[in-house]
Design a protein around this ligand. Structure first.
Ligand code: ADP
Ligand code: MG
Length: 700
């Protein structure tokens, strides 16, 4: 009888002969508790002994892999003061000295008699063979041509793990196959049993590659099947509104805009209108770089609802963002009017947009509630405040969620629950590569605005690494102001609270006014200011009465002043890539060349982020860098609740595999919606889901 993964997940590792109490504890510390955990604890790399060199044959300047036994290990202090470990090894053909700088613990790790593999560059030092700071793998006295190296911890050696894996594989026998043979043939995928053996004990590196491909595909397919099932289940379960997309409100809105839509905007709006007209509620992600013009697309979707007599809602993660959307959307709409369906007369009235945040007073709320109830409020913009109980729409037709990654699943569901299966558009300015989006947002349809409105000039970005460049930044601010243009200074991010942040912005404003930027007209903008004060600070800047706006990240979104051509971001290393890119998007909105200076950031770990911003203004490229630097876990974590199951597959490196997995998932689910004919796969998909979710997806 063949083994299912779920069975292996039910067997504790202590069932293995080699695993005693001490080992079980060490394994639990790295989250290995069951035999399945152990078998999916894949080698981190392999020592390929077919590439092994004999010490006697090494040539200076060459890189090579040497296996040897430690004869002697010592530490000493070099003349420079650095502690160094010196380890002498032999493989029977000669001696080699391994020198480690700043790794004095190596002398203890590599005590006399230890066998290890060393990979590094070989050279001669005072006539003696040596290797400096090589990669070291303790593989014990393992034989075999290709030796797996497992992620190790202080209490676990790779050969111990290898031993347990060997026992587990032997005792597990045949694995249940989840894929039909025809599919395996078509996709050139190995058998599962073979794959599990070859990933742990490969015959060759080619076999290992084939094994990895199969097991990574399994991970991706499980995930995609669950996502596709969710998509289909939602479509099955919900009735949705068939919106009328033939009205003239949206065309009138477009005609009144001071600019033509970009091709990308037109395509996005068409896709959205198709969704809205269709029988199922829309679940679409709109992603686009900073300044790509997502707002116009969102407003078009909201207006489709309005022209059919429904209401729209837009939820943003912060008060400032909500307020800016409110002001921006009001001005985009101008005096656009709709037929008044609430009154008895056939009259037109302006589209009514309202704002709801925690700052909205009780009496304003009461008025708002009445307007939502009788349908005279067409579009409600706000923060989480929209989710409160008192907010009830007469007929909510379209929901837009901005910067959706900042909201949880429950919050999005709560907003949806304010209507009867309304259509949902979620937006993000942190675009991710298409195939990554398929995984992270696999139950959504994705539209990308891949074209910026014309007339934007790329922002020239400089990472000011030292005082000289910093001085250049301030000189640039003065020069631009002298030339009649304007500047932003973004204050350091202070974590604790908005209040602390506001205070530090105020102090920085005073400091700049008194010294660095003395003589210029400075303005201040932060989140703690009253809405009216914020608006008048912005208005003064817009009118050119203020040369330099000193601000917190409140300017991250929405602020749009074409004659602002330089931005200085203080302590830039405290911001993430996406946020810096957003901030920078506030300049470069006119025809003049624009500049951004990133202050701060030590050489070292931060430099990759700042250097990436210096190198490119392409949001997608930056998203890739971000993905590489922050790891994929963070990306998946936001939606998959940490149960991503992707141990081998990589969102970055397995693009074509992701596409194939998604395609196969659609084929399987659409032919067999509840996986009745795929019991092994069904079992594995269920194990990814929590019980409620499973019940929802597998309900016929
Ligand atoms: P995003 O939210 O995608 O970052 P916005 O919707 O805030 O971008 O738009 C950025 C700016 O570009 C706004 O000032 C907006 O009015 C302007 N804009 C949007 N679409 C166009 C277009 N097709 N042509 C010119 N300007 C546009
Ligand atoms: Mg926006």
């Amino acid at each position: 009888m063949s083994r299912r993964l779920s069975q292996l997940a039910g067997i504790p590792v202590t069932e293995l002969k080699g695993v005693g109490e001490r080992s079980a504890k060490a394994l639990a510390a790295v989250e290995i508790e069951t035999v399945l955990d152990l078998l999916t604890h894949y080698p981190r790399r392999y020592v390929d002994r077919t590439n092994e060199a004999r010490i006697a044959d090494l040539r200076p300047g060459e890189e090579g892999l040497v296996l040897g036994t430690v004869k002697r290990a010592t530490t000493r202090r070099a003349r420079t003061g650095k502690v160094m470990a010196e380890v002498d090894i032999t493989d029977g053909t000669g001696f080699l000295r391994i020198t480690f700088f700043n790794q004095s613990w190596r002398a203890k790790q590599l005590s006399e008699g230890t066998q290890a593999a060393f990979f590094g560059k070989f050279d001669l030092y005072r006539g003696k063979r040596q290797m400096v700071n090589p990669v070291v793998d303790l593989i014990g006295n393992r034989t075999g041509r290709i030796v797996p190296v497992y992620p190790q911890s202080a209490d676990l050696d790779t050969w111990e793990i290898a031993g347990w894996v060997e026992e587990a594989l032997r005792r597990a026998g045949e694995f249940a196959e989840s894929l039909p043979e025809a599919l395996r043939d078509r996709l050139d995928l190995a058998e599962r049993t073979w794959a599990f053996h070859q990933i742990h004990e490969p015959e060759s590196m080619a076999a290992r590659g084939a094994a990895r491909k199969r097991l990574a595909f399994d991970e991706l397919l499980r995930l995609q099947v669950s996502l596709v099932m969710r998509k289909r289940a939602v479509e099955r379960e919900s009735k949705g509104i068939r919106h009328d997309v033939t009205g003239d409100l949206v065309p009138r809105f477009h005609a009144a805009l001071p600019f033509p839509l970009t091709g990308a905007q037109r395509r996005a709006i068409e896709a959205i209108e198709d969704d809205l007209a269709g029988p199922h509620p829309m679940h679409r992600l709109l992603q686009g770089d900073v300044g790509a013009g997502k707002t116009v697309v969102a407003v078009s979707a909201l207006l489709v609802a309005v022209q059919g007599g429904h209401q729209g809602a837009l939820m943003a993660p912060t008060e400032v963002l909500a307020e800016q959307h409110f002001l921006g959307i009001r001005s985009l709409l101008g005096d656009l009017s709709v037929p008044d369906q609430t009154g008895s007369l056939f009259a037109d009235r302006p589209v009514k947009v309202e704002l709801l945040t925690n700052r909205t007073t009780a009496s304003e709320r009461a008025k708002l509630a009445a307007g939502l109830d009788d349908g005279s409020v067409d579009i409600l913009i706000g923060t989480h405040a929209l989710l409160t109980e008192g907010v009830a729409f007469r007929d909510l037709g379209v929901v837009v969620i901005d910067e959706q990654h900042r909201f949880g699943v429950e919050q999005r569901a709560a907003l949806r629950g304010k209507g009867d299966d309304p259509d949902v558009l979620v937006m993000t300015a942190t675009p991710i590569p298409r195939t990554a989006a398929m995984t992270v947002y696999g139950d959504l349809d994705v539209t990308t605005l891949d074209e910026l409105p014309p007339g934007r000039t790329p922002v020239r970005t400089t990472w000011a690494r030292g005082p000289l460049e910093e001085a250049e930044a301030w000189a640039r601010v003065r020069a631009e102001v002298e030339a009649g243009r304007q500047a932003y200074v973004v204050c350091p991010l202070v974590e604790e609270s908005e209040r602390v942040q506001a205070r530090s912005a105020t102090e920085e404003f005073e400091r700049l006014q008194a010294s660095t930027l003395a003589g210029l007209r400075l303005g201040l903008l932060h989140g703690q200011m009253r809405a009216a004060d914020k608006e008048s600070a912005m208005a003064a800047f817009r009118r050119g009465e203020v040369d330099v706006l000193v601000a917190t990240t409140v300017i991250e979104v929405g602020v749009d002043v074409p004659s602002a051509t330089v931005m200085v971001i203080e302590d830039a290393d405290r911001f993430g890539i996406a946020q810096l890119h957003q901030l920078r998007g506030r300049v470069g909105r006119g025809a003049a060349e624009s500049f951004c200076y990133l202050l701060g950031g030590a050489e070292g770990e931060d430099n990759e982020r700042l250097a990436a911003l210096e190198r490119t203004t392409d949001g997608f490229e930056l998203a890739e860098v971000d993905l590489a630097l922050r790891g994929e876990g963070t990306l998946l974590g936001t939606r998959q609740k940490g149960r991503s199951d992707l141990k081998l597959a990589s969102l970055r490196h397995d693009r074509s595999l992701i596409e194939r997995a998604r395609q196969v998932a659609f084929e399987i689910v659409d032919a067999d919606p509840l996986l009745a004919g795929h019991p092994v796969l069904e079992d594995e998909v269920r194990s990814l889901l929590d019980p409620d979710e499973a019940e929802f997806l597998f309900k016929s």
